[in-house]
Unconditional design. Sequence first.
Length: 371
Amino acid sequence: MKPVLLLALFVSTSLLAQTAAPKAPEKPKGPTIPADAQWHDVTKWGVEGRGWGDQERKRWFDRLPAKAEGKVTSNVWNLSRDSSGMMVRFKTDAKAIYTRYEVTKPTLGMPAMPATGVSGLDLYARDEKGQWRWVACPKPTQQKVEAVLIHDITPGEREFAAYLPLYNGVEKLEIGVPKDAKFEGLAPREKPIVFYGTSITHGANASRPGMVHTAILGRHLERPVMNLGFSGNGKMDAAVGDLLNELDPAAIVIDCLPNMQPHEVTAKCEPLVKQLRAKHTTIPIILVEDRRNTNSWITPARSKHHDDNHAALKAAFKKLQAAKVANLFYIGGDELYGTDAEGANDGSHATDLGFMRQADIFEPVLRKALK
């Protein structure tokens, strides 16, 4: 082809490309935090889910007091430094809400659990009927998060609640509002429902911190909750029982079977309940069977493990009843995730659907117990 023709072809092709694919306009930038925003350190009024009063902590947002190190196992201690289950409440008429917080671990998400659940701050508010409804959750991309949680809010004063990260620790947390907004930090409510359990209680694999069944139940029952789920390490330990006996709870839920074998349930369940009852003479104690893995219907060995675990817990429950241990309740595990095998994303750990289903089964038992 002649050079002149090649040049003409290049020019016409370039013009056609410019005509057919005009430059995309720049995306508008999102809202920004104003320089004169007022900031509020949540440690000044406190978070729910943080027990043991003013006992010394290694870090303010640790779930266990410093003295627990060396008494509980090293795994339980390390996991207790995640802020799972903690929730801060406040009231404001602000038309925008901001946050500044820093998490302790650089791993912000996990293979089966998004960064919003592992490291996010999950904001809820009461609507005009007083019901809790979801508002916002930032998508963390680094350990230090500074974000506009929500803006252009419908005018009016309302109560908010922010759930802290499930599988990360928190170094500091501030809530921000515009300079002219009213703001009131709400003190933690007393007598929480205490959940002692496994990775499922800890929050795996919720998409947001507010979607764990413990958080869902707290909203439904209008009660503070304390999440003592220790991933892979909820094993009915007496050392944890000693710490539970220092609390002033409304009820204690023991949900440790997913981390235990039948012989361990037989050996440890009765002693733990009697240990707790020696201190907490009247409060409800609820025993929970392990959920069935959502693929256990096709894996006979796993199904048998659940059968044997359930049988061991039922036997312990009957012995405790025979021993006249009062105010003891029981939750079966067969349908905690539903019966359609859709409640988990890895067979073991709940999705939001699984957590909602689990909360639906826990709720009537807890309501009865809390009467």
